[in-house]
Structure formats: C-alpha cells, structure tokens
Design a protein around this ligand. Structure first.
Ligand code: 5CA
Ligand code: ZN
Length: 412
C-alpha cells in the first residue's frame, strides 16, 4: 500500500543530542528507547478505515511522529511500519449499512487519512501495509503456531481457528491485568469471551471461516479471513523482524490487542515481540472518549475544510502530554491559532534573543518521554522575549524556525 507524501525535512539544528526515553506500559516505567542494533524499529497500529480521522487518531500519530523526529534528531535511523486494518467487522458493517462496497470504503477512508497526515506534517512510515495484502503472511504465521500447538478449531458449524492463551508464555506481561480485568475489557474491544467451543474465554480468533456474504480467502486452514491481532503480529514480524524496539498505539489497544500480538509473536518465535510498548492516552469530547462507534467526533478533515490551519491543530495536539487524557475544546484551538500567529510573527520579525538555551530545553523536553508540552512553553518564552528585544541575535530566528520545523513538525 502506498504511504503518504513526506514533508521536506530540514537538517537538524546542531547541538547536544539527548537520549530518547519514553514510558513503557509493560515495565511501568520510563525506559531508553534506543535501537537494539543499528536502526531503531517502530510499529504503530494504524487505522481501521471506515470513517474519517478524528483528533484521537491524530493525537496518536502525531505523538509517534514526535518519537520518530526525536530519534532522527538524535542521529538514529528509523525503520517505521504502520498497518491499515482494511478488513474487519466494523468496516464490513459500515459498508453494508451505507451500501458502499467494502473495498471502496476502505480505499476512500485511507486516502483521506493520508491527506490528513500530510496536512499535519506527519512523516510517513517506510512500510504502510494493509491486512488484505498480508493474508499470505498471516496464513504462514498461523501455520507456524499450529505446528507448535498454539491454535485449535472450535467444535461448531463454523470451526473458526483460535489462539490458545493459557499456555502462551508472557501472556499478561504487556497490560499487567489480572484475569478479571482482562475479562472485563475483552468483549468491549473486539473479543468474544462467550463464544461456545473455546478452550478459554480469553482465547482470540486468528482465522474466521467463511460466512455467506462475507469476503474470504483460500487457505490450508479452510476458506476464511484473518482475525485482528494476528494481522499486526504478522506485519510487524515480516517488516521489522523479531524483537523490534517499540510497538505503539492508543491505550485502548493495551488489552487485548497488544497483549495478543505479543503472545502470538513470542509463541511463534520464542523471542520477545517488542522491547517497549508505548501508549497514547485517549482524547475525548465533553468528557467522553472520542470514537467512531460513539460518533462524537471532531474530524481533522472537517476543520481543514473550515479553513483551520493544520499547524494550529498540530500545536493543540503537541500541547498535551501523551500520558494524560484530555478533551478537545474550541478554546484550546483558538489559543493555538494565536500561538501560531505569534511564533510566525517572531521568526519573521526584526528583533530576537539568543536561541541556544531554548534549543537545549526543547530538545531535552522532547527526548524526555516526548514532553512537547514543555517544548512549546520554551518556544513561547523565546517568542515573548524576542518581540521586545533591543537587538537581533545572530541567526536566532533561523535556528528557531529550523528547530520548530524539524523536531516539532510545525512549519512557520
Ligand atoms: N486498526 C486498529 C489498530 S490495528 C485500530 O485501533 N484502529 S482505529 O482506527 O480504531 O484507531 C487507530 C489508532 O488511533 C489506534 O492506535 C488507536 O489506539 C488510536 N485511537 C483511537 N481512538 C483514540 C482516541 N480517542 N484518542 C487517542 N487515540 C485513539
Ligand atoms: Zn494493530
């Protein structure tokens, strides 16, 4: 699947580079996120393309864009994969409800997502991979799990294939949930604890046998289509290899999605799946999680259509640290429209103060668990001092423009 177009990337501002760190859900602490060898390898769970990109999605992808930029700024090469869940129950349901062919729906919404990401200046992943195009890898991975005794068929008319969790090594290590917590969220997030014939309520679907009217593919498992978690496991192993560095997504993916991906990956390879699991807190609207299923959405594309500068949207997203939940508000957007205007006025003005300390603070803030919120405050302080300065510090305005562009992804 084609990726989106890349923003032009200025060379980083020279200066001291910090070690990049982030909060790892599995260990429950801040860890160094540095490559285990040569290139750092990142997998971020992509969209299910049945509706347009909302501010929750945008927050997740801008957060991982910041991680990507922090690594690049530290001189580290990045290998980044993102998937598209272009076959899934909600996509098929929406296609039927709206009378649109499911392939067309997925293509249209993926196109819109790419446009939104380009507008927000998110650097594209090198590998942008659909589930449908990965079906051969999914089938091969299930074959590997079957050979090792990790999958079974339920004993009913459909005989779907399931991954057995009770003998899966490390199952529970990503979320640290106990069994009751797991059971509580499993059904809410795509799981089927009550499916008859399963050996354990938490076992997850890996291959759904064909039903009338549903798309399906031929395989040694029988005609059918992949389950959700196994797609990301297969795409990550294929494009990044074993024991890659970071798996990312929103906190709604901690369990079961990332727990199952890790368990399947470990069962297939005998090695850790990812070294760290980084999760982005949920964005809400009026105190409720923004979600396609609830329909309480603020869409990136709608604001763009209304003429809102995408850089102001990106500033709103950067002004919130990724570990804290927050709600989208018009006041927040207005404040960041003003902030953007003030920054632009300062870098194209005639006065400035020295930028060296600001560069140091901004770099350190981003490298310290992606604290863009603190980085924005440091730029605000430089802007406030510069507009009332007596002189013009040598090169300071260019330095800030380059820093803000390269590290924060804001074009001034
Ligand atoms: N296709 C799967 C992942 S394999 C999926 O979760 N798709 S999604 O379209 O529902 O979400 C895309 C990404 O946005 C996921 O990483 C998800 O965790 C994140 N996300 C969804 N809603 C929010 C929200 N309200 N706030 C922050 N991130 C969100
Ligand atoms: Zn995923």
């Amino acid at each position: 699947m084609k990726s989106w177009s890349s923003p032009s990337l200025p060379s980083p501002v020279p200066g001291t580079r910090a070690n990049v760190t982030a909060f790892d859900t599995a260990s429950g602490g801040i860890v160094d996120v540095v490559p285990s060898s040569g290139t750092v390898r990142l997998y971020v769970c992509g969209i299910t393309p049945y509706d347009a990109t909302h501010m929750g999605h945008a927050f997740t992808y801008v957060t991982f864009d910041l991680l990507n930029r922090a690594w690049r700024d530290a001189g580290i090469d990045v290998s980044y994969t993102q998937n598209v869940t272009d076959i899934d129950d909600p996509l098929l349901e929406r296609a039927i409800a709206t009378g649109v062919d499911w392939v067309t729906l997925a293509e249209d919404q993926t196109d819109l997502f790419r446009e939104d990401m380009t507008a927000l200046r998110v650097i594209p992943p090198q590998e942008y991979v659909g589930a449908v195009e990965s079906i051969p890898e999914v089938i091969a991975l299930i074959g590997r799990l079957a050979a090792a005794g990790y999958v079974y068929q339920v004993d009913d008319e459909y005989a779907d294939w399931y991954f057995t969790t009770d003998r899966a090594e490390g199952f529970g290590d990503v979320s640290s949930y106990d069994r009751d917590q797991m059971l509580e969220v499993f059904a809410e997030r795509g799981g089927d604890p009550d499916r008859t014939g399963k050996r354990d309520a938490l076992d997850c679907l890996v291959w759904r046998m064909a039903r009338d009217g549903e798309p399906s593919w031929e395989s040694p498992l029988g005609r059918g289509r992949p389950g959700w978690h196994i797609e990301c496991t297969a795409i990550a192993l294929k494009t990044l290899g074993e024991s890659f560095d970071v798996q990312g997504g929103g906190t709604d993916l901690v369990f079961p999605h990332h727990e199952m991906c890790a368990a399947e990956g470990i069962a297939a390879t005998g090695k850790p799946f990812a070294s760290a699991y980084v999760h982005v807190a949920m964005v809400g609207l009026d105190g409720e999680k923004m979600s396609k299923s609830k329909g309480n959405l603020v869409l990136v594309s709608r604001l763009r259509d209304e003429g809102v500068d995408p850089m102001a949207i990106r500033l709103v997203l950067l002004s919130h640290h990724h570990l804290g939940e927050w709600s989208w508000t018009d006041e927040d957007l207005d404040a960041n429209v003003e902030r953007l205007a003030a920054w632009r006025a300062a870098v194209s003005g005639t006065t400035s103060v020295d930028a060296a300390e600001t560069v140091r603070v901004v770099r350190a803030a981003v490298a310290d668990d992606l604290h863009a919120d603190r980085a924005l405050e440091a730029i605000d302080a430089w802007v406030a001092a510069s507009v009332v300065a007596d002189g013009d510090a040598d090169g300071a305005r260019d330095t800030i423009r380059t820093l803000v562009d390269g590290l924060l992804g804001i074009a001034l």
